[in-house]
Design a protein around this ligand. Sequence first.
Ligand code: 13P
Length: 244
Amino acid sequence: MESKKIVVGNMKMNLLAGDISEYLRKINSSNLGEQVVICPSNIYVPYFLKQSYKVGVQNLFFRDSGAYTGEISAAQVASLGVKYAIVGHSERRGYFRESDQDINKKVVVTLKYGLEVILCIGETAEEKNLLKTARVLKRQILNALRNLEETDFDHIVIAYEPVWAIGTNVTPTNKDIMDTISYIKGIVSEYFHYEDIPVIYGGSVSEKNIKELNSIPNVSGFLVGGASTDAKKFLKIVEVAVKK
Ligand code: 13P
């Protein structure tokens, strides 16, 4: 049976308070449905929850609590009613120097508090040019998913986001995405004996290319950056990907 696709909007560090009010006016959460998750900046999370959106955070810290100024914990996130956390986004790996080990700790704590993990992996342009994509993805997967219980895998979605496709209006071909998704599923199956882990695609997904990307047979959904901050564009993407 084909499982339903999900669309995750990663708003990153965008939009001011007034923009959020307008966005909420434009998109009633009932127009989105169960398979859509919005990940706004943390300060806006309660606004989306109040309007019955399914909400995720873009990042969290791996400690349970304590003196970590500026950070938020998985326990806090869960206590608010948030259901998802993005872990290992390439912007966290790059700008904030998150290591595979940090990301593994974040995956573990996210699952510990009953949240669903959206684990981001992806190669840089340089790694792609050096033909290292397979090796990089394998390393990211094996390190991120250490020390998990078998049942934890039911709560993980992998987001394949080639770094060179983020914010560039360039995407891999459908065939390349399809092959990479098969490869990712194969790694998880071979090393963790978990079959058919859902893999979503992210990187320059837009209202213009969603129809084509949505025809990739093994894609379980999309992680949308820039276009998720525009209500009209995001609605169009949702319409194509999850509403048939
Ligand atoms: P864009 O959709 O803006 O390329 O961003 C993708 C992304 O990084 C989502 O997490």
